[in-house]
Design a binder for this molecule. Structure first.
Ligand code: ADP
Ligand code: MG
Length: 738
């Protein structure tokens, strides 16, 4: 039997279960058990309060103080029945993950005892002592306090003994310090803009909802092995490690059955997620060894974002219970696939129409074409910004690598939708739209088979692909808060729809005046003319070919698409005049907010590279070089002994290989040493730059390249140094769960 060099935690790791759901219970019986959802609101709130809360949630009605008090009382009752003692405002700061500060319900009763209290005031607003969350200077310049305020559209839930209240996090002067506040504003903007455009086709539409279905990819590694890798522990990825002799060449993991230990983890994760109201639907192995995916059924975007944030934190806990660590980093291992989080996105109306799905009649398909084209317009106009919205120090490793979308945003539509748009663009206008006498409008818009959804020829290389009834934004990173991409995408589409409506209305007014009294259909003519204009304009964003090819990079540059690959430079797109204008005109973010947020992005980028550089420097100097030198001494001793035993000629011949190894080790260790010194020097220079933007660029240009070049030397050493003394678990150990 193969012996392991490191202690695997494996099944020995036991903790108390995270759920009391028994294995025989059906999901329907515990779905949403830990959520204060409508069913519980109905049960725990007075009827009039319940009705008012529904109005707040569905129509954005103002929340009255007495309603908040009554809701808080109902929540507290439900929570205490479930063993809850604390509550927290749960929010999404600009760092990764979520933040919370727990307070207990207890208050002095004024008679020397304690009462449990939870009022509307505590529910609605709090002032967390959160001065250490990054704010890009907004709070230090203007006002030190940050407030968390309840988001009643996302339900309150229970984790262990704590009632968690989803909140936005804003400064005293109202600037967003989180992801949720601008997301809610963007979703409002797209609702308003899309509803107005829907009215051309159906005046009864009251509301348009943005939908998001994310697909979370992740890796699992054994906790024992993880603990023996300081790089994984401190940076979330391996900074060194030679390819395993076997990795994903066979693609056997993708089709393989899920290992028993992993299956047990997945089962518990799903139960915990379902209890929290996250509608988990699919789970499967991914392409790389130890890589998996979990996807729920799509939901309204704000809720879906909260659920993804919640799932990521729940995953970490459940994984540890099973002796695993979950790696959400976009590229934990070099040489095999990284992890992404496809964002399936669409718009739908309150009367059940999926606006990105083809319909049955020509008129429905004109509406479908409108939403497809205006989505493309948004993506085309803001392709650089969309890339900025998914860019991070960690996702940068994945983009442009061969398994992930390229670092150029383009859109794949598939043959049928491309043909539809080409037809609308080129067909004779009078053929396209003729008044069919008594039958009403006749539109020559080809039918689209309903089977489209299953038939879309999937182009896996496209970062923004149409997949039958939605677009799939595939460039989003596995670790990211989806809100970042959703803020940019929904805003870009909202802006396109606003512009579309303006131009259609102008055309209607012009033709109506000219053709007054004659039989005509000004609205449809105006829509078609505007669409034809836009189909031509946004053509550069359409690309159905191979997004990995070098020809595409050159072609995309010719088309004027953003082809920048440097992460800190890409962030500049947030401050482009078109971006600021878009965000400000829609009321999503102000220039001040955008500037402050960019400071945070640059600072975060710098910190990540800084930490990686330190960890790699330390590991090189106190793990790798000592071990390699030690092995080299053994080789030298062997050569010396050879010469004592054998005549020189024979000893030389027998020691030739070891002598070569001694030399190679000397060359590689001295190269590592020199490069670590250069790396430290580059960091010192960069650290002296005061401007966060320029500092991040310096880290990208002068520090980050050493991470790869030092690693190359270490990975070669890993191949020649005695396996028994190599100080870190290797890829072949990390990547195959036993
Ligand atoms: P894939 O084949 O890419 O794995 P799935 O069919 O598993 O895709 O769906 C991925 C995600 O897309 C799921 O969360 C699903 O609910 C979601 N989804 C399906 N239709 C839509 C839609 N119209 N809008 C948004 N998300 C959707
Ligand atoms: Mg997908």
């Amino acid at each position: 039997m193969e012996t392991l060099r490191f202690q695997v935690v494996g099944e020995a790791f036991k903790k108390k279960p995270l759920t009391d759901v028994s294995s025989t219970e059906r999901p329907a019986s515990y779905f949403g058990k830990k959520v204060f959802n409508r069913e519980k609101m109905y049960k725990y709130l007075p009827k009039d309060i319940y009705a008012k809360m529904i109005d707040v949630m569905e129509n954005g009605a103002a929340l009255e103080r007495n309603v908040a008090d009554a809701v808080a009382e109902g929540m507290k009752q439900w929570a205490t029945e479930n063993g809850v003692t604390h509550y927290t405002h749960w929010f999404q700061p600009l760092t990764e993950g979520t933040a919370e500060k727990h307070d207990s319900f207890i208050e002095h009763d004024g008679k020397g005892g304690m009462v449990e209290e939870f009022t509307g005031k505590l529910l609605v607003q709090q002032e967390p002592d959160a001065s250490s969350f990054p704010s890009g200077g907004i709070r230090s310049t203007f006002e030190a306090r940050g407030y968390s305020a309840w988001d009643p559209t996302s339900p309150v839930f229970i984790i262990d003994d704590t009632l968690c209240i989803p909140t936005v996090f804003i400064s005293y002067t109202g600037e967003a310090l989180d992801y949720k506040a601008p997301l809610l504003r963007a979703l409002h903007a797209v609702n308003v803009a899309a509803t107005e455009v829907c009215h051309y086709f159906d005046p009864s539409v009251k509301k348009v909802t943005s939908n998001l279905g994310w697909e979370q990819e992740y890796f699992l590694v054994d906790e024992g092995l993880y603990s023996a890798r300081p790089d994984l522990l401190l940076t979330g990825r391996t900074l060194m490690g030679h390819d395993s002799a076997k990795n994903q060449q066979m693609e056997d993991h993708y089709f393989g059955s899920i290992p028993e230990r992993v299956a047990a983890f997945m089962r518990e994760l799903e139960v915990v997620a379902l209890e929290l109201g996250i509608p988990c639907k699919t789970r499967h192995n991914e392409v790389a060894p130890n890589q998996f995916e979990l996807a729920p059924i799509f939901e309204e975007t704000n809720l879906a974002v909260d659920h993804n944030m919640l799932l990521m934190s729940v995953m970490k806990r459940v994984a540890r219970k099973h002796g695993f660590r979950v790696l959400l980093h976009e590229k934990p291992f070099a040489g095999i696939n990284g992890s992404g989080k496809h964002n399936n996105w669409s718009l739908s109306t309150d009367n059940g129409i999926l606006l990105h799905a083809p319909g049955k009649t020509p008129e429905q398909n004109l509406r479908f074409a409108t939403f497809i084209v205006e989505t493309l317009m948004g993506v085309y106009r803001h392709n650089g910004l969309l890339k900025a919205s998914i860019m991070s120090a960690t996702n940068a490793h994945r983009l442009g690598a061969n398994e992930a979308p390229p670092a150029i945003i383009s859109s794949f539509l598939g043959r049928q939708v491309s043909e539809l748009l080409d037809h609308i663009e080129r067909a004779d206008r009078d053929d396209l739209l003729a008044m069919g006498g008594k039958q009403g409008l006749k539109m020559d818009i080809p039918e689209i088979p309903e089977l489209l959804i299953d038939n879309t020829d999937r182009n896996r290389t496209s970062p923004f692909a149409f997949t039958g009834n939605r677009f799939e934004f595939r460039a989003v990173g596995s670790e990211a808060n989806c809100a970042s991409a959703m803020i940019a995408l929904n805003s870009a589409v909202a802006e396109a729809l606003v512009s579309f409506k303006k131009r259609v209305d102008a055309r209607i007014a012009a033709t109506s005046a000219a053709l007054a009294g004659t039989e005509h259909n000004a609205t449809f003519h105006a829509i078609i003319d505007t669409l034809r204009e836009d189909i031509r304009t946004c053509k550069p964003i359409r690309f159905d070919g191979n997004g990995y090819s070098d020809e595409w990079k050159a072609e995309a540059a010719r088309r004027g698409l953003d082809v920048e690959t440097s992460c800190p430079v890409i962030f500049e797109r947030y401050l482009d005049a078109e971006s600021v204008q878009m965000f400000e005109s829609l009321g999503v973010m102000t220039r001040k907010e955008l500037e402050a947020r960019n400071e945070v992005k640059w600072e975060t980028y710098t910190k990540k590279i800084q930490i990686e550089a330190r960890v790699l420097g330390d590991l090189s100097m106190n793990h790798i070089i000592p071990v390699a030198t030690n092995y080299q001494s053994r080789l030298l001793a062997n050569i010396e002994s050879m010469h004592k035993v054998f005549p020189t000629m024979k000893a030389d011949a027998l020691s030739a290989r070891n002598l070569k190894l001694v030399e190679e080790i000397a060359e590689r260790t001295s190269s590592i040493e020199t490069q670590v010194e250069e790396l430290v020097a580059a960091r010192k220079v960069a650290n002296r730059i005061a401007d966060e933007h320029q500092k991040a660029i310096a880290y990208h240009d002068t520090v980050a390249p050493f991470l790869d070049s030092i690693r190359r030397q270490i990975d070669k050493l890993e191949l020649i140094v005695d396996d028994a003394c190599w100080p870190l678990p290797k890829y072949r150990e990390l990547l195959f769960i036993r």
